[in-house]
Design a protein around this ligand. Structure first.
Ligand code: WTA
Length: 654
């Protein structure tokens, strides 16, 4: 409620600057109007900008909650992202401008990238990878990550990228769920000057991944080779990327794929159980990615587009690789941390590469604010013409800071709301058309139908409610890998008898102008530094520790990260609480899942607040973590538990 009150008081509005508007792809509402009048026709028009091998016979086949788009059509994603640019002036244009954290640099033209992808596609084939097989990608943010994704797409293999910051156990679970045949990794990557031992992690993960037959290892040389301490190549299973590539032929015809063939699986956190393998298919996904990249980022031939996300997340899939490359854009890719070696690294990159469009996350913007304006001021940022934000709500102060200090008050800001499940941006300003309001993602893109609903499914014209997408869209997830029931239950069962309504899991507010203000998750999914973490995943990790009997995890508001992980832990008999054990548990979670899940707070408690039916009342734990007055406690089995916890929490804070 307080969030809504704060947002309501935001009255500033920024119309598109005249000179931006003049050159923009979209500058009048005609597109919105025609898309609303006939969304199917609109999407068919968008799809025509891609290269199809055979045309589709039906645009949409909707059997709620299962959609098929562009049925009967065939195409290849790699051909659309590469080959079709090679005949014209884009042939020698930079596709990827890359910088490693230690300062090493590489630029790949469309021609070079296409060659590398074809050769690597042949390497995959030589390792026995066939159409429909799953390939794991566990790499630092280096050009080979895009090469590996596109090579899979070229031969019709399904990739599943796992963020390089995830632990061996996270990799293992994802590879087992996907039944991957091959894993592509590197000897290491760089993060804040340290080597991330990806190959060693992979070895550990693969001790329990019987489906994986081969591992391809990219040699990440920068400040000299990564030492043998980090790599132990297993005969027969492990192969160096550069050796395999030496002899790989560079001709490889793109496999014509059915529009509904799976392009990739990307795992994301849910409220319960293990991460969900979100399934995206070929035709619809690429239509969504390509059209939104062009429209929202107003992509032009001369642009230098920098999306700072890692390929391990959906943002990296859609707006670092597929969307911009399908448009023939130049993409900047940076491997490392924003404060390495100094806090001006991003601004140095913008100036050095002449970045025109910067797409980053509120958590980064808040960190830059905290570090101070002297860092961006050291560099010439005048090449920038458009800024973007994604991953969590951006607070109006952060928006204003971004606008003034990075955008020089001249660049429109696109605050883009979407999810792993949506495949591409759903709510966002169109920078040449929409007047922006700091903190609002503004309005749904053309072709999307979004509504605010009550718990009972009644539409709410203005005010707060649950965000629902009420018509299928091309880049929507198709299912959860191996678990279609969970797909139906999680996304299309919120409103009884309405399997056509997609439940996003976010709360939102609509103001009198029809602008959307995203309020965050309404379920138990945390958003830490723009990354989704399931409370359940952290709880499962904690209870694996021998000292822990029970754990409940909630999110707590955090100045920079948006939310931090706060864990309430009950110990087994015979174990004593101590600050050493607290540290051990924090580290334990980081080892089990990855550093981003490490709890900031661990609170030991003799008991957890539960309902009479035994359900942990996370809502009350959130109140405690936030230091708020406790909400309704009447359904508690034992009201004393929360009071004791509250006192203890106050002590631990002080
Ligand atoms: C949140 C990232 C407010 C939201 C693309 C969503 C946002 C979740 C925004 C998806 C935004 C993303 N404003 N909240 N502009 N963008 N979110 O799957 O809670 O990693 O449900 O996809 O991030 O996170 P995911």
């Amino acid at each position: 409620m307080t969030d809504i009150a704060v947002l309501l008081s935001e009255t500033r509005s920024f119309p598109p600057p005249a000179d931006f508007q003049r050159q923009a792809h979209v500058r009048d509402r005609g597109l919105h109007d025609s898309a609303t009048a006939d969304p199917i026709h609109y999407w068919a028009e968008q799809a025509k900008s891609l290269t199809w091998r055979t045309p589709w016979t039906q645009v949409l086949d909707w059997q709620p909650p299962h959609a098929k788009w562009f049925t009967g059509g065939t195409l290849n994603v790699a051909e659309n992202c590469l080959d079709r640019h090679l005949a014209g002036p884009r042939r020698n244009k930079a596709a990827i401008v890359w910088e490693g954290e230690p300062g090493d640099r590489r630029t790949l033209t469309y021609w070079e990238l296409a060659r590398e992808v074809r050769a690597f596609a042949n390497v995959l084939k030589s390792l026995g990878v066939r159409k429909g097989d799953r390939v794991g990608i566990y790499l630092p943010l280096i050009p080979e990550a895009a090469v590996a994704m596109l090579a899979c797409a070229r031969i019709g293999a399904i990739h599943s990228v796992v963020f390089g910051g995830f632990s061996p156990e996270s990799l293992r679970d994802r590879m087992n769920d996907a039944q991957a045949k091959v894993v592509i990794t590197a000897d290491g990557g760089y993060r804040r000057g340290q080597i991330v031992p990806l190959k060693r992690n992979t070895d550990k993960a693969l001790e329990e991944c019987p489906s994986v037959q081969h591992v391809v290892v990219v040699q990440r040389r920068a400040a000299g080779p990564i030492t043998e301490a980090h790599v132990d190549m297993r005969e027969g299973r492990d192969h160096w990327y550069h050796r395999l590539m030496q002899h790989a032929p560079d001709a490889c015809a793109p496999e014509p794929m059915d529009a509904e063939d799976v392009l990739f699986i990307l795992y994301t956190s849910g409220t319960t159980g293990k991460p969900k393998g979100i399934v995206h298919t070929t035709g619809g996904y690429l239509v969504g990615a390509a059209s939104s990249a062009r429209m929202v980022f107003d992509l032009k031939e001369e642009d230098v587009f920098w999306c700072t996300a890692d390929v391990g997340w959906i943002t990296g899939h859609t707006y670092l690789v597929y969307g911009p490359l399908a448009n023939g854009a130049t993409c900047v890719m940076y491997e490392g941390a924003p404060d390495w070696p100094e806090r001006d690294r991003f601004w140095q990159l913008v100036a050095r590469h002449g970045v025109t469009i910067l797409y980053t996350a509120p958590t980064a913007i808040r960190a830059f604010m905290k570090w101070g304006v002297e860092h961006p001021r050291k560099h010439d940022l005048s090449s920038l013409r458009l800024l973007g934000s994604v991953g969590e709500p951006i607070n109006p102060e952060a928006w204003m800071w971004y606008h003034e200090h990075i955008g020089g008050a001249r660049c429109p800001i696109v605050d883009t709301w979407w999810q792993t499940e949506t495949g591409g941006i759903v709510i966002s300003p169109l920078p040449g058309l929409t007047a922006t309001k700091p903190g609002s993602a503004t309005q749904p893109l053309p072709g999307y139908s979004v509504q605010l609903l009550t718990q009972q499914g009644e539409p709410i014209p203005t005010g707060g409610g649950l965000l629902s997408i009420t018509r299928p869209w091309p880049s929507m997830l198709r299912t959860i890998w191996g678990d279609d029931r969970r797909y139906v239950e999680t996304y299309f069962s919120k409103w009884a008898g309405r399997p056509d309504l997609y439940f996003a899991g976010d709360g939102a507010k609509r103001d009198e102008d029809g602008y959307w203000w995203i309020l965050g998750r309404v379920d138990d999914v945390l958003n830490v530094a723009g990354h989704r973490i399931g409370t359940m995943e952290v709880e499962s990790a904690l209870v694996e520790h021998p000292a822990v009997a029970e754990a409940a995890v909630v999110g707590k508001t955090h100045e920079l990260k948006g939310q931090s992980v706060c864990a309430f832990v009950t110990l087994r008999d015979g174990h004593q609480k101590s600050s050493a054990l607290r540290e051990e548990l924090r580290e334990f979670v980081a080892q089990k899942i990855g550093a981003l899940a490490r709890p900031d707070d661990v609170l030991f408690s003799a008991d957890l607040p539960k309902t009479r039916s035994g359900k942990i009342m996370r809502r009350l734990l959130r109140d405690i973590a936030e230091g708020r007055a406790l909400g309704d406690t009447t359904t508690l089995a034992d009201p004393n538990v929360v009071n004791a916890l509250k006192e203890q929490y106050a002590d631990s804070e002080g």
